[in-house]
Design a protein around this ligand. Structure first.
Ligand SMILES: Nc1ncnc2c1ncn2[C@@H]1O[C@H](COP(=O)(O)OP(=O)(O)OP(=O)(O)O)[C@@H](O)[C@H]1O
Length: 921
């Protein structure tokens, strides 16, 4: 039988590998486990084949790092077949497009792949043994991980017990996609670290002190507002403590005195100071009121002219500001005045223990029943550490754990893996230290060592499984990548692919001959669209009435919207209620209920408020027993939003071009829709394609959810008693009687809805990529990690390391640190000033990742001159001269045979035409 990659293979005999033992817990008398029926090559055969001379598994025969050993053998891939076979029958344009953009055409399915010896060793080692697969880019690490899952399934591990974890949603989807066709694989769970943690927290929220399943907040706007609020609260609290110390002589004050008490004492003991501060604070209040009044007038004028007020520019996070600004200004002024006063009269005593901004920050989230995206991991670890029952349930549920891209794990992620697998080690980790590009957000470069310390048996054999052949890129591409990263010692890899350098010019000629245009995909992310945000706010409110961001959004976006004047009343009511109840935060919903009872409003406002609240209150009940897609439809209908959209009255400035980013997720793979579901989908489609797309996402989520959550969950402390399901929720399960059945379906629905809302919140924060196959994918190197394309264009200017999310800055360029900087702020400062060496090394790895994404064609652009905006205390445009990146120079020096240098346009033209120039390669 001819192997897919041109190598001769023999059927695996089973004697080559240690015989597999059944997974722990299986009966000792169980029938012997079948040897994997996959083609394998013995090392002897490998060595005996001339075309594989460079793939010897003897480490001493590996070429020196940075050198490439091209061989004349090119593995036959599906892609190659597609290039030659039916080409004549197709129009030239279609063929060329398919060649460039059809990712799936380039891929061999798992069953078709023939693993080499090292890959087979790694994939088929006993499933209950820990394994650390480390190798360079394109060497098949992910492929081996998937083969290992397939092996586990063949060994009888229940699919529901297998959890694959990776770093982005796209990568998780990709794992599932590549497993398609393997029996049982649809029930295997593939999640990102964050979504796993969110699921865990959502099912056990009360153990962490939440009142309901928390909402995930992570958008930069929200976190910035919370950070500001936390810093303000910390500053005020520190000032309060200091003011108390200065005024210790006053018998009217003690440790628990509030700012109101302090102000009262200042008013009686220091009337002059008080009067000065009060005047200044009143002045600032008056100015704020004038600003608000002017804004109201503008809105009223716009409405009178028939111009819809879109709410654009309004900051939904302003809802987070709960401490009255006026009080805050007053306190700061008094603090400063007291400081000056006591500095003159006596030596101030040193401050007492500083309040912690991080704790304050988390408290603010908790008071909103929300969690910060970045805290999901540490909260999950905290949960598992403090609740052994939850931990043992999780260990029981996911016995087998496989982690991709392990080099990017941070300490919390490593801790999570250790917790879930401590004492047994049914865990496989896969990674490449050369591709560690998340150091800026805390990834720990010692992750492999920590893994070995945790799971390798002290005196036993090594658990490292190296791989040695790059199956992805042409020799020239790999030589260029190795040259670019030469100083950072990449894992050595050899080449199995033939040189395809001559094809680069062929591709260029082909493109221009056929008039193919590049389609640039740089859409506004789906979850950033106004209509999608509106629809999501409906769902968010249904699962958490106290989600202020969603509450405020609907307040201002639904047809009977309540304007800015009402919002001001609501905020004052929130502050008043919080003060009255001696708590830090009262939700907008609670404040609105209080206003409904007796607020001084106009009758129109009153009636709109009553309508709005009755919709919000019925939303949660409405969703009980409904799947996310059903809930979405019913909520949009119930609030009047759907009809409003159908009437085309929303008048949003979010013009939608149907060809932009629409994917018909509702129909694909969803053939067994009920008549009701078809009708709902149709109605949503008529209203707006994006609503239809969201509905499709919900349907897809439901199918996956049922695939991966069908086993019985042990009763969670706050979750439903049972989660038994075998049928989709729009069909009635037969096995449960009466009330119990009703209750289970209802609880199941709300749990599923929460899960869906959480998933969408995480997706909105994940790297935004389109799933569209057609067109050029444009993204960051970070978002391209783990993926591959036939042709890759890399834009380089200066140095790619300048593209790292945290720029290196000379400490001298940073604003001077205040004398008493809070530790939280100094931490951020420290991250900003990572050493120049650390930054440069991560930049080099970034280059390596970028270049190794290419299968056959790699273009690197360096612009000599370009207009740039750069940050130097102010935004200023200026034209800068770019010296070629260091890595471009390195490639030219070390691998000159690999590159062709070509000037494609004058700098002026490039400047004028970017990004359209990308079309004219
Ligand atoms: N034994 C094999 N025969 C043929 N092709 C293979 C083999 N192993 C892997 N490949 C192909 O090589 C390419 C790279 O594989 P994979 O993505 O698993 O590598 P990786 O090591 O995870 O890469 P990276 O570190 O860059 O993410 C894929 O197209 C895969 O199908």
């Amino acid at each position: 039988m001819a192997p897919a990659n041109g190598a001769q293979v023999v059927q695996g005999s089973g004697s080559e590998f240690p015989p597999s033992t059944p997974p722990q817990g299986a009966s000792a008398s169980a029938a012997p486990v079948a040897t994997p029926q996959l083609n394998t090559i013995t090392s002897a055969e490998l060595l005996s084949q001339p075309e594989h001379s460079s793939t010897s598994t003897n480490p001493s025969s590996l070429p020196p790092v940075g050198l490439v050993t091209p061989t004349p053998v090119q593995p036959e891939r599906k892609r190659s077949a597609a290039f030659t076979s039916d080409e004549e029958a197709e129009s030239p344009r279609t063929t060329a497009k398919r060649r460039l953009f059809d990712e799936s055409a380039a891929e061999l399915t798992l069953k078709e792949l023939t693993l080499n010896k090292l890959q087979a060793d790694a994939a088929y080692s006993p499933v209950h043994e820990p394994s650390l697969i480390t190798a360079g880019a394109g060497s098949g690490k992910t492929t081996v991980m998937l083969q290992r899952v397939r092996h586990m399934l063949e060994q009888g591990v229940p699919p529901a017990n297998i959890l694959m974890v990776t770093f982005s949603r796209k990568a998780a989807d990709d794992l599932k996609r590549r497993l398609a066709g393997v029996t049982g694989a649809e029930k295997v769970t593939a999640l990102t670290f964050h979504s796993y943690c969110y699921r865990l927290i959502m099912r056990n929220y009360s153990c962490l002190g939440f009142t309901a399943a928390p909402t995930v907040w992570g958008s930069p706007k929200v976190t910035k507002a919370v950070t500001e609020e936390a810093i303000r609260r910390v500053t005020l609290e520190a000032a309060r403590q200091q003011a108390l110390e200065w005024m210790h002589a006053s018998d009217k004050l003690d440790l628990h005195s509030t700012w109101e008490d302090i102000l009262e004492v200042v008013r009686s003991d220091h009337p002059a100071i008080y009067a000065r501060c009060k005047d200044a604070a009143d002045d600032s209040l008056r100015r704020e009121q004038e600003r608000q009044a002017a804004r109201q007038c503008r809105i009223a004028e716009m409405e009178a002219q028939g111009t819809p007020h879109t709410g654009k520019g309004e900051d939904p996070t302003s809802a987070l500001v709960t401490v009255s600004d006026h009080v805050s200004v007053m306190c700061t002024l008094v603090y400063n005045a007291l400081y000056r006063h006591y500095m003159k009269t006596e030596q101030p005593t040193p401050r007492a223990g500083e309040p912690d901004a991080k704790i304050m920050y988390q408290d603010i989230f908790k008071s909103h029943n929300a969690v910060d995206f970045d805290d999901l991991l540490s909260l999950a670890v905290q949960l598992l550490n403090t609740h052994p029952d939850v931990l043992s349930r999780e260990r029981e549920r996911y016995k087998m754990l496989l982690v991709d891209e392990f080099q990017d794990s941070n300490p919390a992620q490593i801790g999570l893996v250790e917790l879930l697998q401590s004492g047994r080690g049914f865990v496989t980790a896969v990674g490449d230290s050369m591709q560690s590009i998340h150091g800026f957000r805390g990834a720990d470069h010692r992750s492999f060592q920590l893994f070995e310390q945790a799971f390798a048996p002290p005196q036993g054999p090594s658990i490292r499984r190296p791989l040695d052949v790059n199956f992805r890129s042409t020799p020239h591409i790999l030589a260029a990548a190795n040259a670019a990263a030469a100083e950072t010692q990449p894992e050595p890899v050899q080449i199995l692919k033939a040189c395809m350098y001559d094809k680069i010019t062929a591709l260029r000629d082909e493109l221009s001959d056929r008039g193919i245009e590049f389609q640039v995909m740089k859409e506004k992310p789906f979850f950033e669209r106004v209509i999608v945000k509106d629809a999501m706010a409906h769902l968010q409110l249904a699962v958490n009435l106290h989600d202020d961001v969603a509450f405020q959004r609907l307040l201002q976006r639904l047809p009977n919207r309540l304007g800015g004047q009402f919002l001001d009343m609501l905020r004052s009511e929130q502050a008043a209620l919080a003060a009255q109840r001696h708590i830090s935060h009262v939700s907008m919903y609670d404040a609105a209920v209080s206003l409904r009872k007796g607020g001084s409003m106009t009758p129109a406002m009153q009636s709109n408020l009553i309508d709005h609240l009755s919709f919000c209150e019925s939303a949660a009940a409405e969703c009980l027993g409904k799947s996310p897609s059903q809930a979405l439809y019913h909520l949009l209908k119930g609030s009047g939003y759907l009809d409003w959209q159908q009437g085309g009255q929303s008048g949003e400035g979010d013009a939608y071009n149907a060809s932009d980013d629409y994917e018909d997720e509702a129909s694909s793979g969803d053939e067994d829709q009920s008549a009701w579901s078809k009708h709902a989908a149709q109605e949503l489609k008529q209203a707006d394609l994006r609503l239809h797309q969201l509905y499709g996402m919900a349907r897809r989520f439901e199918r996956e959810w049922h695939d991966t959550c069908t086993e019985v969950d042990a009763p969670a402390p706050n979750g439903p008693a049972t989660l038994q399901r075998s049928a989709p929720v729009d069909q009635t399960p037969q096995q449960l009687p009466g009330d119990q059945q009703q209750r289970t379906i209802a609880e199941d629905g709300i749990l599923q809805l929460r899960d869906f809302v959480g998933r969408c919140a995480l997706d909105a924060l994940d790297l935004q990529t389109s799933k569209k196959q057609q067109g050029v994918y444009i993204g960051t190197v970070h978002s391209a990690k783990g993926l591959e394309w036939d042709a890759v264009w890399v834009r380089s200017h200066g140095n790619l390391s300048a593209e790292l999310p945290f720029h290196y800055q000379d400490p001298g360029d940073l604003p001077p640190a205040p004398t008493a900087e809070h530790p939280y702020v100094s931490n951020i400062r420290k991250r900003l000033t990572a050493t120049r060496e650390e930054h440069a090394a991560e930049g080099q790895r970034l280059v390596y990742v970028a270049l190794t994404r290419a299968r056959e064609h790699l273009f690197i652009f360096t612009m000599r001159n370009q207009q740039e905006f750069f940050w130097k205390w102010t935004w200023k445009p200026r034209c800068v001269y770019n010296r070629p990146s260091d890595f471009v120079k390195k490639i030219k020096e070390r691998a000159p045979e690999c590159c062709e240098v070509k000037v494609i346009r004058t700098p002026h033209e490039i400047r004028k035409r970017m990004p359209a120039t990308w079309r004219h390669v």
